[in-house]
Design a protein around this ligand. Structure first.
Ligand code: SF4
Length: 258
């Protein structure tokens, strides 16, 4: 019997290195992967090492080829850093050039390089994310349309977490720690929580602010006037741990999947 996890090509499965998209990949692999269906991980260069390990482990344990794509940059320079240099400004929630240029465009290039003119983009959006699903299921002017098997199958975060609790391996990160290590879209509470354990993550983000003379900002009014990244270690030391709160809200909405 046909399943929502049967993917006909040409298609790209966007694997973010998070638990949800890994679960999606697992379900699709159970049905069999066709030759013109490609699994792609877009590397911003700012992902956590735990994410990289998880992507490698999924590929190895499940015997699937995961294609890593990256925006080109000079040797030794992070694609993200080069992007900011090229544009001369920092990404923000309205002009989220990091998502577009570091993830979406390299995935598009991957498919174009293989001669595809149009394709399906398969994303790990769950049934408990109806707003994100609605946006993605609207007509698009791109070369691809979106397919959301988890959403269609009624899979929620609880299903995903239950699956991983039974597996011999897992992503070694809490939900709010995924994606770029101190992504500006994470709430201040979540970033402080991460900084308490990893103060060394701050320097790269602070340097981007300092060299552009700008500040990373999120959209909502309450987030305006946020402290510069350089001050986060001090703020983290001054405030108490809120890891419980940081668990809430899950991961950042980047490429519309975890
Ligand atoms: S996780 Fe955040 S910083 Fe990284 S690409 Fe996505 S929006 Fe940009």
């Amino acid at each position: 019997m046909a399943s929502t996890f049967d993917i006909s090509g040409p298609a790209l499965i966007s694997f973010s290195g998070g638990r949800t998209s890994a679960y999606l990949l697992h379900r699709i692999l159970q049905r069999g992967l066709r030759n013109d269906v490609h699994v792609v991980f877009a590397d911003t260069g700012k992902e956590r090492s735990e994410t990289y390990d998880f992507v490698h482990e999924c590929a190895a344990r499940w015997s699937v080829q995961v294609h890593w794509v990256r925006r080109p940059s000079p040797e030794g320079v992070l694609p993200f850093e080069q992007l900011i240099t090229d544009r001369g400004y920092l990404p923000n929630p309205i002009m989220r050039m990091c998502t577009t240029e570091l993830k979406i465009r390299p995935m598009k290039r991957f498919m174009l390089d293989r001669g595809y003119e149009e394709w399906t983009m398969v994303l790990g959006i769950r049934a408990d994310e109806p707003l994100r699903a609605a946006k993605l299921l609207a007509p698009t002017k791109e070369r691809w349309d979106h397919r959301l098997p988890l959403y269609r199958a009624g899979i929620t975060e609880a299903h995903v977490m239950k699956f991983w609790s039974t597996q011999p391996f897992d992503l070694a990160l809490r939900p709010h720690e995924g994606n770029c290590d101190l992504c500006f879209l994470k709430t201040l509470t979540k970033r402080l929580d991460i900084v308490r354990e990893h103060p060394d993550f701050v320097d790269w983000w602070a340097r981007q602010e300092e060299r552009t003379g700008q500040q990373f900002k999120a959209a909502t009014k309450s987030r305006k006037g946020e402290p510069p990244y350089r001050s986060l270690p001090m703020l983290a030391r001054a405030s108490s741990s809120s890891s419980q709160g940081a668990e809430e809200g899950g991961s950042v909405d980047c490429v519309c999947h975890d």
